[in-house]
Design a protein around this ligand. Structure first.
Ligand code: HEM
Length: 493
């Protein structure tokens, strides 16, 4: 890069002085202050380099790198990625210690990565400290927003979105085009959450759900990039890549759309709801916003922030898990056929598999659980320790906990070998919704179509570096209708 002006020169000089000072301070701390700490007070750690810490030991897929390091340094190790230090826990016994024995101590999340640039900073449920605000929102999630009666009220929405998915796949077949299952499944989860959250319109020229899908995707990608910048410590303020500016701009766009929908919901509330009219998440949140007796005063910023959290936490995670399930099934025809046979036997050829069938489809349930075991969509569960706690790794050296028979997937988070939805009070509040959507959609795609993989025989099952540990190569394949074509109109009604 050429230095063209005196201003540029000054900037690079200041930067250089800062860099050298940081290096000197780092060496000073390392040489003179570190020996003061007791060597037994921190977990084992690989040898670190000045400034970058352990950055040279991690690859693009962070969970995989942690796994490799944990094999060498144990289930409890300390890692420093540039300016960010953390303790990585990676086996069932230590996870139990964190999520159960010391649950309260680990019920907060740190502000990490891009969080300080979020326009809803201070209102974010996902990153809230364990305290009154988080407790209030969590109770609201479990008793109303994401509780079973609320989910039941929107069963028709999920049914319609599943049918739209099947129709869209059918369209690919009719047009002889490959089907981009990754984007089809993201549209399914996004539309479902958009309609349940704020009754967005998903068709016509004003496709709010599509706009939101694009913005959430942009925010997730940019948040990842800004988070990588975290390792630069104080230097991150320079925003070398411009990602922070773009992130803030995308967040403002999201805010404008949600603000407009919020106004429409408020006008509707003033006109009054019909007795049998169902309320979406935004209606419920606005009701609490207006309630002067509510335990805690919600602001509009809290409402918009909660909705953004739900989109960011719920869309890509569920979509990625369904892509993994399809990828695994396509690579294992025996499992695919076994699932197809189960669905044929229970559902038959005259209608589409639906949510209420899932209780009679044990193999479908096993497929989804096995997928989440092998490819958890949120492989790194991030928590913050409230108080210093004594870690004594030695107590786990004689681990006898992992008995045969413990391999049952238990998604409420009490089997500490598998924690696809986290565990305890901070566990995922959207797990039930995710399970409903995933079973029905994967079931329908297997019931209705045979699949031919594009460019070769097998699906590439390597993990990408994205937030939800998606496939490295998005799943693209050719659908071939399995059910007789004359049955389609009746199946899709
Ligand atoms: C396959 C799909 C999903 C997976 C694998 C998943 C996984 C997770 C995990 C591992 C956590 C952290 C839990 C912990 O710290 O113990 C989490 C938190 C969260 N998830 Fe999910 N999730 C999924 C779908 C959803 C959906 C559909 C929604 C909403 C509709 C959602 C909303 C949230 C929220 C709001 C949090 C933060 C909870 C808190 O901090 O208290 N998730 N999820």
């Amino acid at each position: 890069m050429a230095i063209t002006t005196a201003g540029d020169l000054l900037f690079y000089l200041v930067f250089l002085i800062w860099f050298i000072t940081a290096l000197l301070i780092h060496s000073f701390i390392k040489t003179y202050l570190k020996p003061a700490l007791s060597p037994t007070s921190t977990p084992p750690s690989p040898p670190a380099l000045p400034l970058i810490g352990h950055l040279h030991l991690v690859g693009k897929v962070l969970p995989k790198s942690f796994q490799t390091l944990a094999r060498r340094y144990g289930p409890l190790m300390q890692i420093r990625l540039g300016a960010s230090a953390c303790v990585v826990v990676s086996n069932a016994d230590v996870a139990k210690e964190i999520f159960k024995t010391q649950e309260l101590n680990f019920s907060s999340r740190p502000e990490f990565g891009s969080s300080e640039y979020f326009i809803y900073r201070g209102s974010r449920f996902v990153l809230a400290q364990y305290g009154d605000y988080w407790r209030f929102m969590k109770k609201l999630c479990m008793t109303r927003l994401l509780a079973v009666p609320q989910l039941d009220m929107f069963i028709d929405v999920r049914e319609q979105e599943k049918i739209k998915l099947v129709e869209s796949v059918m369209k690919c077949y009719r047009e002889g085009k490959p089907c981009h299952l990754s984007s089809e499944l993201t549209t399914l989860t996004n539309n479902t959450i958009c309609r349940m959250a704020m009754s967005t319109r998903c068709s016509g020229s004003h496709n709010e759900a599509k706009e939101i899908e694009g913005l959430v995707r942009t925010c997730l990608e940019l948040a990842g990039k800004v988070s990588v910048g975290d390792v630069l410590g104080p230097f991150k303020i320079f925003d070398f890549s411009g990602s922070r500016r773009k992130l803030v701009s995308a967040l403002h766009k999201f805010d404008r759309i949600v603000e407009r929908i919020l106004k429409e919901h408020e006008e509707e509330a003033i006109r009054g709801f019909d007795a049998d009219q169902r309320k979406d998440l935004m209606d419920i949140l606005l009701e609490i916003y207006r309630d002067s007796n509510a335990e805690l005063k919600l602001t509009k910023k809290d409402i918009k922030s909660f909705l953004l959290d739900v989109f960011m936490a719920g869309t890509d995670t569920s979509s990625a898990a369904m892509q993994w399930a399809m990828g695994e099934l396509l690579n294992r025809p025996e499992a695919f056929n076994k699932l197809r046979e189960e669905i044929n036997a229970v559902v038959g050829p005259n209608r589409l598999v639906k949510e209420s069938d899932v209780q009679n489809l044990p193999y479908l349930r096993a497929v989804i659980r096995e997928t989440l075991r092998l490819h958890p969509s949120a492989p790194l569960i991030i928590r913050e320790c409230a108080e210093d706690c004594m870690f004594v790794p030695e107590r786990f050296l004689e681990s006898s906990g992992e008995k045969i028979g413990e391999h049952q997937m238990e998604f409420k988070g009490q089997n500490f070998r598998y924690l696809p939805f986290g565990s305890g009070r901070r566990g995922c509040p959207g797990a039930s919704l995710a399970m409903l959507v995933m079973h029905a959609a994967v079931g329908a795609l297997v019931q209705c179509f045979d699949w031919k993989v594009k460019d070769g025989e097998k699906v590439d099952l390597s993990t990408g570096s994205g937030f939800a540990a998606e496939m490295a190569t998005p799943l693209v394949c050719y659908p071939i209708p399995h059910l007789k074509l004359f049955l389609w109109p009746q199946i899709l009604t």
